[in-house]
Design a protein around this ligand. Sequence first.
Ligand SMILES: [Zn+2]
Length: 173
Amino acid sequence: MTQAHPHEVSTCPACRLIDKIDGLEDGEMFKLGHWEVANEHQRFERLRAVEDRTADRITKFAGSLKFVYLHTVWFGVWIALNVGLIGLGAEFDKFPFGLLTMIVSLEAIFLATFVMVSQNRQALRSEVRAQVDFESNLQSLIWSIHIGQKLGLDIEHIERLCRDVVGESRAKR
Ligand SMILES: [Zn+2]
């Protein structure tokens, strides 16, 4: 799948032009390590895992102001209750609030993990998207060159121009 059959390259004028693009006329159109359309579906399936989506939801909530308000109220009530400000006589976690400290530490550990799961998922999603983009660009390139060749355009001139423009844009970065 990585390359067209050498025989096919030698008989199709457009493919011969594509062969020349990488500077080597070797009968191999492209040397690509990762050309995996078949894998695509599987990888999207992986993205739909329930645990991953739950991690996304938790991370989204933890990154909201609602989360801050909820904790402010929780800490406020907890501390007020335990220093005797509310005066119910229900001081179950006296200063320095050991139970609260333990609960919040555990919460922090789980939240950190959820954030990382969520980040990994986002990274995987971008990777799959980039791969799909790359494959469709490659298809467009092959189609364009075949159409251009049929129309009698000077493909090598266009390629030279493309290389110059791309090179210039890279140099600016
Ligand atoms: Zn061809």
